[in-house]
Design a protein around this ligand. Structure first.
Ligand code: HSE
Length: 328
């Protein structure tokens, strides 16, 4: 299957490296970063392009753009991993629509467009007979969407709650374990590359709220928006609050929760027993799904990271290859 990659930041680089390293039968025929692009219908030499990017700061021809790749390159699936814009979703929404219009499958890690325009993009993909997949938008490497779609098929999802932001989990872990201030812990999280380009998205709970909206719309198709989430971040938490929780055998985690029957859609710091199933250290994410048949299922794994997120994207690509492309 031929793929085109738009976006060469941390996630894009992870995807490109894994396409080069693993023999997955996925051929990269187009690539674009914010300054340049490159296409070759016979397959791009990924190592060469990445070396060029490292040396010159751009991946290819500066007269070519992402739009050129999306509209002209020869590919079956577009991998859209440009930086997220939670306000307009652009330019990614336009990129995805252009690919869907060409009847190309789309795989994305881009949270803004899926939170803002999931319904419209899904309808467009359905109309064109192609797939729109976004496993990588929620909880990094954890196969949440595949679990919902396949493993829990036929179950009614009654409610969900979880830790959906690795940066906040890391900050809270470090504050509790080392007595670091919020600012010191945030600095560490940024240095490790887990935080969003604008880390207020992480610490004010916006990133977790976006993921909650994506999950709610995927599961219940209830048209909820970012503004519907009752949201409190961790930016005002003090080391004292964590110390007091610790004295009671508890800790604090940023929990996202949804229960449509109770009209609950909330992201907030919660005091949890240290043995609670959602209490993990570092950048781990965890999500509990309450269902009618399977009862409670908790998924745990790496919620952020270049290669971890590439895992989710490659899972979506191989699903498309097996389900659509090889059958065609
Ligand atoms: N900044 C996000 C996090 C990245 O920390 O969870 C993954 O979505």
């Amino acid at each position: 299957m031929k793929v085109a990659l738009i976006g060469l930041g941390s996630v894009g680089r992870g995807v490109a490296e894994m396409l080069a390293k693993k023999d997955l039968g996925l051929v990269l025929t187009g690539i674009a970063d914010s300054k340049s692009a490159f296409m070759d219908p016979a397959g791009i030499d990924i190592a060469r392009v990445l070396a060029h990017k490292k040396k010159n700061g751009s991946c290819g021809d500066q007269n070519l753009t992402a739009e050129d790749i999306i509209k002209k390159a020869d590919y079956d699936a577009l991998i859209e991993v440009t930086p997220t814009n939670a306000l307009s979703g652009e330019p990614a929404i336009g990129y995805m629509k252009a690919a869907l219009n060409r009847k190309k499958h789309v795989v994305t890690s881009n949270k803004g467009p899926i939170a803002l325009a999931q319904k419209e993009l899904r309808a467009m993909a359905r109309k064109k007979g192609v797939a729109l997949r976004y496993e990588a938008t929620v909880a990094g490497a954890i196969p949440v969407m595949h679990t919902l779609e396949h493993g829990l098929a036929g179950n009614e999802i009654l409610a969900l709650y979880g830790v959906l932001n690795g940066t906040c989990n890391y900050i809270l872990t470090r504050m509790a374990a080392e007595g670091l201030t919020y600012e010191q812990a945030l600095l560490e999280a940024r240095e490790m590359g887990y935080a969003e380009a604008d880390p207020t998205y992480d610490v004010q709970g916006i990133d977790a709220a976006i993921k909650l909206v994506i999950l709610a719309n995927t599961i219940w198709d209830n048209g909820v928006k970012l503004g519907d989430v009752d949201r409190t971040g961790i930016d005002l938490l003090t080391p004292d609050a964590l110390r007091l929780a610790d004295e009671e055998g508890c800790t604090i985690r940023l929990i996202a929760e949804a229960n449509p029957k109770k009209h609950l859609l909330r992201v907030s710091p919660r005091i949890l027993d240290k043995n609670h199933p959602l209490v993990f250290e570092g950048t781990l994410n965890a999500l509990t799904l309450e269902t009618d048949m399977a009862k409670e299922i908790t998924l745990i794994g790496r919620g952020a990271g270049s290669i971890e997120t590439a895992s989710a994207i490659i899972g979506d690509l191989l699903y498309i290859r097996d389900r659509y492309v090889e059958r065609a």
